[in-house]
Design a protein around this ligand. Sequence first.
Ligand code: GLT
Ligand code: MN
Ligand code: MN
Length: 390
Amino acid sequence: MASFDPTPADLFTFGLWTVGNPGRDPFGGPTRPVIDPCDIVEGLAKVGAYGVNFHDDDLVRFGSSAAERDRIVRDFKKALDDHGIVVPMATTNLFGQPIFKDGAFSSSDPRVRAFALAKTMRAMDMGVELGAKTYVFWGGREGTDTDACRDPRTALGWMRECMDFLCEYAVDQGYDLKFALEAKPNEPRGDIYLATTGHMLHFITTLARPEMVGVNPEVAHETMSGLSFVHGVAQAMEQGKLFHIDLNGQKIGRYDQDLRFGSEDLKQAFLLVRLLEGTAGGERYTGPRHFDAHAYRTEDRAGVWEFARGCMRTYKILAERARAFDADPEVQAIVKERKDATCDSLLGGYSAEKVKGLKALELDVEAIGVEGLGYERLDQILTEHLMGAR
Ligand code: GLT
Ligand code: MN
Ligand code: MN
């Protein structure tokens, strides 16, 4: 049996805020002590992770002096070197401080938008200094509790203005950095602008430098509103826009649970890993596999590392299951591409001749309508692979 123990070659990453989560929720305080970022790096190396990501404030407490910042960055760099951990992604906390209570880039107050830009540029500087190649934007509070407060079109305009500004800043500094936009439908606010990966993909096309910007979809965020995460990710991949991914577990219709990867809806997790690994033949996703999740509030430190191992092992087991599924001759027979010489010649690019051909086409519509497609069998085979019975 293959080893499912994670290694850095698997490109598994965690945020400082994930394994470092002290178990706070809206109804109760922390259940675990805060751990020093350097100790997190050491712990991640021990469990076989590849990298660590962070918000500016996760690493350098908000309000720290320049000297403190430099010391923290120096120590963190040393921990990264000592333990062979890299920083593939960084991001900005634009939601924690009271100044962001009405959003950051979409705030109606120009002082808040200016502060958000300055904070982000400083955070980008720090991320790049530590090696980040992807910069994530999760618009934590970019939304509303009441839409009476502003025209959403104005807010979108301000968000575009800020993204364009930051792209120029990255280019101006000569940073080798791509941006990845992360959607979430609601929470912490009632309605967040650009609620899904699909909204984000369109918004990107309206930016001044669309080639620099892609998406960072998160399992929990699409699943919360009952959408197919696999479809959202596939759309991003098909457009070459899957710049990063946040993996976790989530039940439909709940608050943002950020559970251990694969702990809910194993079948969707399987289909996601199958898509990312390209076992059905499509292009494979080659970026980091980031677990944006945290351990149950019931756990101590040992439970947190158990949680981290679980995320990675489940991913690897699902990848192995997906390979077995797609190599199964019975599966291949059901999903193989159908051919029809006449129809194939009439599909694809437009021509006047094809119009004629299509309109003249005589098909046995009734017979096609009653053909069985075998998807019940296919899905049962999937289930049996997933349960290890095949
Ligand atoms: C926060 C959020 C995540 C985002 C992080 C990046 S912060 O935990 O719920 O989904 O990816 O800002
Ligand atoms: Mn996320
Ligand atoms: Mn989440």
